[in-house]
Design a protein. Structure first.
Length: 98
């Protein structure tokens, strides 16, 4: 029974971490806090708290760009059917991370 509770807590933490990262990347991509809240179905106040606490506006440009490259790469990887252009873009993005 303890294992089930532990697994559920780990899943919840992972979902929260992924949602948090997604919110951050969307903010850096130019979405407003209100838009992000609607997309992710979480309160604007939560996103505003993350933004303030972690100083998203003060993040170095390199961190912002790296985050968006990572996001685009992950989106392309998740596509079931990839075109030749998708593979070229994946290769290009991977080389940008090196």
């Amino acid at each position: 029974m303890t294992d089930i509770a532990t697994n559920q807590a780990e899943k919840t933490a992972l979902i929260n971490m992924n949602t948090h990262r997604e919110a951050q990347l969307k903010y850096w991509a130019g979405y407003s806090l209100t838009e992000i809240a609607k997309m992710l179905n979480i309160p604007v106040s939560t996103i505003a708290s993350w933004k303030k606490r972690e100083k998203w506006d003060e993040a170095p440009l390199f961190e912002r760009v790296s985050g968006n490259i990572e996001n685009r790469y992950m989106l392309l990887l998740q596509k079931d059917v990839k075109t030749g252009y998708d593979f070229k873009e994946l290769d290009f993005l991977m080389h940008r991370r090196e």
